[in-house]
Design a protein around this ligand. Structure first.
Ligand code: NDP
Length: 451
């Protein structure tokens, strides 16, 4: 039995099924860091793995709120404070019916290593609720956010834990959450990031994750000796914050983005997607992508029911570079095979863990450039940390300054990941490089801070 297998055995999957995504994330990391554990006994001696995979604490609370018909509604709220060896707990809030403890543990665990890779002083955490924002009025969203914060405020603060957005939580929700935090604590402080600009947000925070993923890809392609993205066909999944801004940056650098998707279907527009229309549909009207074809009849709308069996329509579209930016496990082995068959050269994870382990293995075995989420989508949390810095010093940075620092950060992460992979004998493997580099920094801090 290899060392990685022995370590994984220690974490038998004895608890509930909802932890499966957490185990998926954990196993990937353990396999990647095996060479590090073998090369330096201190990590086993100080039981770093055993300590790292258990959150410092999981806070679970009831959220009671009144809907527009004055019916009482009850949801569950969570905050997983995973690890603060490098700085305050930091990570988004997700509002989605699929949220449970296992999903948040997976996201929080990934966040520890992602935040470590940025080189910034931030620990890892994640939170959210099984509340479904879809179909809720603006007033209901506000009432839910207020009720959620009336419990969460006890556990957060600019030096303790600084939540941000994620699926279902954008600047509107962060605004309501921040307003309630301020009301309860009488304190105007940066306890949340992703705030609207005019009351404490950073310029470029909404764009940061999507733009960062494109910057990362540019660096990776250069390091790997591949052609740059300009003039190339790209496919993007999702139509939320990360996807829309990945599309925007790709278009700015001259790439042709031919797809986007939501949970109901995929748009394929071979002439290049109309970003302004997408923003209107998704950010203003919050409606289905299907309406895209009412304006662009030449584009194709593929509803989920018509997806190729066992696969996703978006990864069946020929492209040079693919950007999964919707949700976890949205790119499986069949999708990976379709990308390979169609000549794809590079896959960048904008979403968290969008590719299954089998898909990653297949893409890597065919020598595609593969940028894992914890490195490629770290731009969002990096700019969140810039927002914390601006709030702490009561200053505002210019758009150009944030953009420059974001680009620098993504290029730095990319180089560090590539170099680490080389140092540990797995050149070109950005998954292992990211896991080893992210883990090492947190582990060394945990050892230095004592048990
Ligand atoms: P949003 O809520 O803004 O958008 C999510 C998008 O994904 C929506 O278009 C949604 O469609 C689509 N989607 C959700 N589930 C599915 C599914 N099963 N199949 C197809 N499409 C689906 O979230 P974000 O853009 O903020 O987040 C997307 C991903 O990026 C998540 O994995 C998140 O954790 C990650 N991420 C986000 C960061 C950020 O800064 N926002 C930072 C780092 C990572 P629909 O509206 O129909 O549900």
């Amino acid at each position: 039995m290899t060392m990685a297998e022995q370590e994984i055995k220690k974490f038998e999957k004895t608890d509930c099924a909802e932890n499966s995504v957490f185990y998926q994330a954990m196993e990937e990391v353990i396999y990647s860091i095996a060479p590090l554990l073998e090369s330096d006994e201190k990590y086993l001696k100080y039981a770093i793995l055993e300590r790292l995979v258990v959150p410092d604490r999981i806070i679970k609370f009831k959220v009671t709120w009144l809907d527009d018909n004055n019916n009482v509604q009850v949801n569950t709220g969570y905050r997983v404070q995973f690890n603060n060896a490098l700085g305050p707990y930091k990570g988004g809030l997700r509002f989605h019916p699929t949220v449970n403890e296992g999903v948040l543990k997976f996201l929080g665990f990934e966040q520890i290593l992602k935040n470590s890779l940025t080189g910034l002083p931030i620990g890892g955490g994640k939170g959210g609720s099984d509340f479904d924002p879809k179909g809720k009025s603006d007033f209901e969203i506000m009432k839910f956010c207020t009720a959620f914060m009336s419990e969460l405020y006890k556990y957060i603060g600019p030096r303790i834990d600084v939540p941000a957005g994620d699926i279902g939580v954008g600047s509107r929700e962060i605004g309501y959450l921040f307003g309630e935090y301020k009301k309860i604590t009488s304190s105007y402080e940066g306890a949340l990031t992703g705030k609207p600009y005019f009351f404490g947000g950073s310029l470029m925070r909404p764009e940061a994750t999507g733009y960062g993923a494109v910057y990362f890809t540019g660096s990776m392609l250069e390091i790997e000796g591949k052609e740059p993205l300009d003039g190339k066909i790209c496919t993007v999944s999702g139509a939320g914050n990360v996807a829309l801004h990945a599309i925007e940056k790709l278009q700015q650098i001259g790439a042709i983005v031919v797809s986007c998707s939501d949970s109901h279907g995929t748009i394929y527009d071979p002439r290049g997607v109309d970003l302004e229309l997408l923003k209107t549909l998704k950010l203003e009207r919050r409606t289905s992508l299907k309406e895209y074809t009412e304006v662009h009849s030449e584009a194709e709308y593929i509803p989920v029911e018509n997806y190729p069996e066992g696969a996703h329509a978006v990864w069946n579209i020929p492209c040079y570079a693919a950007f999964p930016c919707a949700t976890q496990n949205e790119l499986n082995e069949l999708d990976a095979q379709n990308l390979i068959t169609n000549g794809c050269v590079s896959v960048t994870e904008g979403a968290n863990m969008p590719s299954t382990p089998e898909a990653i293995a297949l893409l890597q075995s065919h020598k595609l450039c593969f940028a894992p989420a914890k490195a490629a989508n770290a731009g969002g949390v990096a700019v969140s940390e810039f927002e914390m810095s601006q709030n702490a010093s009561m200053t505002k940075w210019s758009y150009a300054k944030v953009d420059e620092k974001l680009k620098e950060t993504m290029q730095m992460i990319c180089k560090r990941v590539a170099l680490t992979a080389k140092d540990y004998g797995v050149e070109g493997n950005y998954v292992d490089g990211a896991n080893i580099a992210g883990f090492k920094k947190v582990a060394d801090a945990m050892i230095a801070e004592g048990i």
